[in-house]
Design a protein around this ligand. Structure first.
Ligand SMILES: C[S@@+](CC[C@H](N)C(=O)[O-])C[C@H]1O[C@@H](n2cnc3c(N)ncnc32)[C@H](O)[C@@H]1O
Length: 278
């Protein structure tokens, strides 16, 4: 779908619920698509992303670095940790290097279940269901806060008696404290056995310069349908309760096991880590 083929607007469903097909309000998935150079975005998404860029010119670098972290984490989990099952929540609009592409290139029998609540991501879900013959992919249209639905439906494809990697890449900052994101992550990790992994990245409150955070919060409250909750290094580390962090620990996305020679200019404002359940 291109920006000229706007889906019918049914109005937003409110800040707390899933976003509707309201193209007059910016959506996180479509802004991220714009920052990554994609075409599945509308004027409101581009305007909000431009307003962000004016306050924080490193945001486009951060989007690319975040996507690259996703690729390196999935590559590590498949090639080195031997994981063959992934639950990728907050999938985003498909682009290069989706989780199943990375995992199945290394291990064709990998099984990947995607979850997102954005109607535009759902419209593109076909592109995520192009599995290798040996493996499998599935897509669940659900809100991260609805862990019951996610776990029940994912269990139709994933074997929860064997290790699973849960990826929550650039999504938890869309969950306000009032929805208890720590309980959501704990519920998901309780459902998987010891030796499972959690990979996440998260917008950092303590990597922004003075004034930037307030400016970004003003933009998100005025222009973007979903809420954004920036969290500190300590707060993001709190998501890994009961897990051991892999080296190098909780770092900026571009600092997590970078490929040699890929250190470009720019600094992201996103913390990330990969943890192994004890
Ligand atoms: C910034 S994109 C990240 C995409 C991908 N994980 C990546 O890092 O490249 C965040 C995605 O999370 C989704 N999302 C945000 N809040 C969500 C929620 N409560 N439930 C399900 N998906 C959500 C958005 O629709 C969007 O597609």
């Amino acid at each position: 779908m291109t920006a000229d083929e706007a889906p019918p607007a049914d109005g937003g469903t409110g800040r707390a619920g899933p976003p509707g097909f309201d193209i007059s309000v910016a959506h996180q998935a479509r802004m991220y698509d714009y920052l990554l150079g994609g075409k599945d975005n509308y004027a409101a998404d581009r305007a909000a992303a431009q307003a962000w860029l004016e306050i924080d010119p490193d945001i486009a670098f951060g989007a690319r670095a975040n996507r690259a972290f996703l690729g390196r984490a999935v590559r590590y989990l498949t090639a080195e940790a031997g994981i063959r099952q992934f639950l990728d929540i907050g999938t985003g609009i498909p682009t290069a290097g989706n989780t199943h592409h990375v995992a199945q290139e290394i291990a064709p029998d990998s099984r990947v279940v995607y979850v997102d609540y954005d109607p535009i991501v759902l419209a593109h879900a076909r592109a995520l269901l192009t599995s290798s013959e040996e493996g499998a992919t599935d897509y669940i249209d659900a809100d991260l806060r609805d862990t019951g639905t996610i776990l029940t439906q994912a269990a139709q494809m994933l074997d929860f008696t064997r290790p699973v990697a849960i990826t929550l890449i650039a999504i938890l900052h869309a969950i306000p404290d009032s929805d208890d994101p720590y309980a959501i992550v704990a519920t998901l990790m309780d459902a998987v056995p010891s030796g499972s992994y959690l990979a996440l990245s998260h917008s950092a409150s303590d990597l922004l310069r003075a004034g930037q955070r307030q400016g970004l919060e003003n933009v998100t409250s005025r222009m973007i349908q979903q809420q954004f909750t920036y969290r500190s290094h300590e707060q993001v580390a709190g998501f890994f309760a009961g897990m051991d962090l892999l080296a190098p620990g909780l770092v900026r996305v571009e600092e997590w096991r970078p490929d040699p020679g890929t250190n470009g200019p720019g600094r992201s404002h996103l913390w990330c880590a990969v943890g192994r359940k004890r």
